[in-house]
Design a protein around this ligand. Structure first.
Ligand code: NI
Length: 270
């Protein structure tokens, strides 16, 4: 089995007591690669430190839209992220994006912080991992501009610009993002009992567009909903997608891991 968790936050204190066990349990369940993402500079630093300690664990560095109102200090933050990205464990810029649901950060600030980090990603040649809540049209607009610029500049990142993490949109929105080159991250919510529409959307999207994720410690899949999530549970997401697409668990694990490896280019190829 070769599973990949493309989105988790392993530096959270929820894992302080048993982080070694959590990572060992992931490996036992066939999760061979994990990507842990920062939400500000200190957590990005923490995630790089972890990635340097564990085999198969990679890091993304970035400032989350909900943290931007307190964590963004302009050039200073950009330089800190750039310095962290020098670690060979860093394969992406994230978690970045727009959040109009929590709305902790003024929208103008969110747009500015997102654009600055998209420019950093373009400069470093690293794909992005995107957060979106109730901001789909604005996010797609900003991404369309960014990818158009990448193409015009001949930046090879245009071929693998990033992933839309925790994708929960419509089939049309998923296809629009995929046409721009973005993959769609599918996690625990696809397994929730009260989510038949989400399953219908995931069933309608091509497997080439999908990668798996947990968002651990959040969003644990059924039957662990409401409890602490961990990368091993990405297997339950894979099982749900296998059922929806009429494939074996092993095939979904391998095909989505291949999609993830093409995007993030880590050593562990399927
Ligand atoms: Ni996250």
């Amino acid at each position: 089995m070769f599973l990949t968790d493309t989105h988790c936050h392993l530096y959270f204190d929820a894992f302080d007591a048993d982080r070694d066990d959590v990572i060992a349990n992931a490996h036992r369940n066939g999760v061979q690669v994990m990507l842990s993402l920062g939400v500000d500079v200190p957590s990005s630093q923490a995630t790089v430190n972890l990635a340097e300690q564990y085999e198969g664990l990679y890091a993304a560095v970035g400032v989350h839209p909900n943290d931007a109102h307190k964590a963004w200090e302009g050039e200073h933050t950009l330089e800190a992220l750039r310095a962290l990205a020098a670690s060979p464990t860093v394969v992406a810029i994230g978690e970045i994006g727009l959040d109009y649901y929590r709305d902790r950060t003024p929208r103008l600030t969110q747009w500015h912080v997102l654009r600055q980090q998209l420019d950093l990603a373009a400069d470093l040649g690293l794909p992005v991992s995107l957060h979106n809540r109730e901001a789909t049209d604005d996010l797609l607009g900003i991404l369309r501009e960014w990818v158009t610029d990448l193409r015009e500049e001949g930046n090879p990142l245009a071929e693998r610009p990033g992933v839309w993490h925790a994708f929960s949109g419509t089939e049309a929105e998923g296809r629009a993002a995929f046409e721009l080159g973005f993959l769609l991250g599918i996690g625990g919510p696809v397994t929730f009992k009260n989510a038949p529409e989400r399953r219908r959307v995931v069933a309608s999207l091509p497997l080439e567009a999908l990668v798996l994720e947990t968002d651990a410690p959040f969003l644990a899949p059924h039957p662990y909903r409401g409890r602490r999530n961990e990368p091993a549970y990405v297997r339950l997401v894979a099982a749900q997608i296998a059922e929806l697409h009429g494939l074996s668990l092993e095939d979904v694990a391998r095909l989505t891991s291949r999609n993830a490896q093409k995007l993030f280019r880590w050593r562990e190829a399927v």
